[in-house]
Design a protein around this ligand. Structure first.
Ligand code: ARG
Length: 295
């Protein structure tokens, strides 16, 4: 049995987890100030000054239209000048429903100073939109839903840690949301956020790149998800295939050209919407991190 709100490893099963509604919307931010100005992750090496701003804008519109086609209520946060990574809405906070169904938002402690100003902008949006805002105690790092991911339809949080998030934040997160957390250590430099290598698609299915996780982590993933789709190295590294976004009804928005992953998704009955995020991958992000799920 699951104790009150522990950080767990192992002994839980889908059947004993409480249910949780699926997200109804997404928060996005246009790429008005998007650029690669420094190197915060290995994808950014050699990409400084190489963003095609016009193409980025077109690609962002294609991605947000795809979210709309998935039936998602798309909410827009205006970009702030000088915040070059603000298009990656997943990172400055982690939001969801607590145990009594209240909307809660935990604010991030971003690792890089250039991203820290994004947090106050998100905080103001969440406050104005009916969320209870929560500050993390202490100064451990936490990068929101880049690392903390809800299990679709269940009150369970998958908690990535190692590069941008410290493992010790998850006791607090579990308590705030009244949901157990399964921590997943990120082993490699390249897969620096959990959402770069792990994508829950529905209650029973996950898309994952196993070499980015530890053996214990993969065991926990396979114990809880009855269906596991494994991305291969090329699609995970070059196309960020695991940074896809799933929507109710089996819809998945994913980088175009992830041929093997997309074939597996279609075989399992998912409807795949392919988009091009090449400009954003220069900064180490694709579909998943270009939005925050809203419950
Ligand atoms: N350049 C951004 C950074 O390194 C990319 C963030 C991508 N977000 C994500 N959730 N993977 O901070």
């Amino acid at each position: 049995m699951i104790a009150e709100h522990p950080v767990v490893s192992g002994d839980i099963s889908l059947a004993e987890l409480r249910s949780m509604p699926l997200p109804r919307g997404v928060l996005v931010c246009p790429p008005d100030s998007f650029d690669v100005v420094d190197v915060k992750n290995p994808f950014m090496v050699g990409q400084q000054g190489r963003v095609n701003t016009r193409l980025a804008r077109e690609q962002w519109l294609e991605v947000t239209r795809a979210f709309e086609r998935c039936g998602s209520d798309v909410r827009e946060l205006p970009a702030v000048a000088g915040c070059e990574d603000m298009v990656f809405c997943a990172n400055p906070a982690f939001s969801g429903l607590n145990g009594i169904g209240r909307r809660v938002c935990v604010l991030s402690h971003m690792r890089y100073p250039s991203r820290q100003p994004e947090v106050a902008v998100h905080a103001a949006w969440y406050r104005a939109n009916g969320f209870r805002l929560v500050e993390l105690p202490g100064d451990s790092l936490f990068e929101g839903s880049g690392d903390a991911l809800w299990h679709p339809g269940r009150r369970l949080i998958w908690g990535g840690w190692g590069h941008r998030t410290a493992e010790d934040v998850y006791d607090f997160i579990a308590g705030i949301f009244d949901a157990p957390v399964v921590p997943l250590e990120l082993k490699t430099e390249l897969f620096y956020h959990l959402d770069t290598c792990f994508c829950p698609l529905d209650e029973e299915t996950v898309l994952v790149y196993p070499p980015a996780l530890t053996r214990e982590g993969m065991e926990n993933v396979c114990r809880i998800f009855p269906r596991v789709i494994e991305a291969d190295r090329r699609e995970a590294e070059e196309l960020m295939a695991c940074n896809a976004a799933a929507f109710p009804g089996g819809l998945v928005v994913i980088q175009r050209g992830s041929v093997k992953v997309n074939r597996s998704l279609r075989e399992l009955g998912f409807q795949v919407i392919e988009v091009d995020t090449s400009e954003f991958m220069k900064s180490g992000g694709s579909v998943f991190c270009m939005k925050m799920y809203l419950f």
